[in-house]
Design a binder for this molecule. Structure first.
Ligand code: ADP
Ligand code: MG
Length: 306
């Protein structure tokens, strides 16, 4: 057992440490600014030094931070701040970068499924640098899309062409425009969608939820259709009902594919067992052709940066 003198000494030591923390906090610029902004009394620092110490440590991290990508806070983009309402308590608040992100990327809230890459999350058709573009067919495609976006009909586009020419990018431009106009959007990378559906194979409700999103959003982008492995189940029970519903409800659909419509049809002819079903492929293709006008995208492979 500790001697009583040692205990008194320890508690005096602690008291001194606590007082020093309070002195440091009171002179800390970030804390002074916080107290002023939140219209709090400095007495709270004396009352809750450990709360303010934690806040000071987080504000120090935040001051040195250069952007969300390098955020070192435990809860990315959110500082564990303080709020006073009779008592002082913790409250998560978005940092300056998170606030800016929330404004810039507000349209992403309209995405019900979002398989966009980070670099295409806010691209728009007006961002496409046409001055640097010399490919006449690409320029024609851009103006066809821009014109359509001015007054979208329910017949979307089947964007096809070689790998890397920018089909997914253009589909992202269309999707972001719809989202910014307040429309609901699903941007679905088809091979990943199939994986998700298979993972939910024994979960009917999750499968239905995913299919219903694809059926009902104002704009559906089926990205990279034809790159997935075709099974009878996928073709006849997933794809066909989605396309049917979208056709019946006159909802906009955009496809991207490395395959022309003709080759895509051949792709849908076979199931996983290699069995041929001409009619089922024809049925799928009829719907795709009803939903979208083919638009070939030509140009250099933009993935190869010289
Ligand atoms: P595809 O879907 O035809 O295979 P992507 O759309 O993925 O090609 O484009 C390949 C790369 O080039 C991506 O990194 C994409 O962001 C970029 N890219 C495509 N089009 C443009 C463009 N108009 N301006 C700038 N970057 C682009
Ligand atoms: Mg693509």
């Amino acid at each position: 057992m500790k001697h009583i003198d040692t205990l008194i000494k320890d508690s005096e030591e602690l008291k001194k440490q606590r007082e020093q923390i309070v002195v440091d906090l009171l002179s800390n610029e970030a804390i002074k600014k916080f107290i002023m902004q939140e219209k709090l009394s400095t007495d709270l620092i004396k009352e809750y030094p450990m709360h303010f110490l934690k806040l000071k440590n987080q504000l120090t991290i935040c001051t040195a931070c250069k952007g969300l990508a390098e955020c070192k806070l435990p809860n990315k983009g959110h500082i564990q701040s303080l709020k006073f309402d009779q008592i002082l308590s913790y409250a998560f608040k978005p940092c300056r970068y998170q606030l800016q992100y929330d404004i810039e990327y507000q349209h992403l809230k309209k995405y019900r499924i979002n398989d966009l890459s980070d670099e295409t999350k806010k691209v728009l058709i007006s961002d496409v640098d046409i001055d640097k573009e010399s490919n006449a067919k690409y320029l024609k495609a851009i103006s066809a899309i821009a014109e359509w976006l001015d007054k979208p009909s329910d017949k979307g586009f089947y964007l096809y062409g070689d790998v890397g020419v920018g089909k997914t990018y253009l589909a992202a431009c269309i999707a972001n425009q719809f989202a910014m106009d307040g429309k609901s959007v699903a941007f679905i990378h088809m091979p990943s969608f199939l994986v998700k559906l298979k993972e939910a194979f024994y979960d009917d409700r999750e499968q239905e939820r995913l299919k219903n999103i694809a059926k009902n959003v104002d704009l559906l982008v089926m990205d990279d259709i034809g790159a997935e492995t075709v099974t009878s189940w996928y073709r006849d029970e997933v794809l066909l009902p989605i396309l049917n519903e979208r056709m019946d409800q006159k909802r906009c659909t955009v496809f991207t594919s490395n395959l022309s419509l003709k080759i895509l049809e051949a792709n849908f002819r076979y199931n996983q067992k290699g069995e041929v079903d001409e009619m089922k492929a024809v049925r799928i293709m009829e719907r795709i052709k009803m939903l979208a006008n083919p638009l070939e995208i030509e140009g250099k492979n933009r993935r190869i940066r010289l």
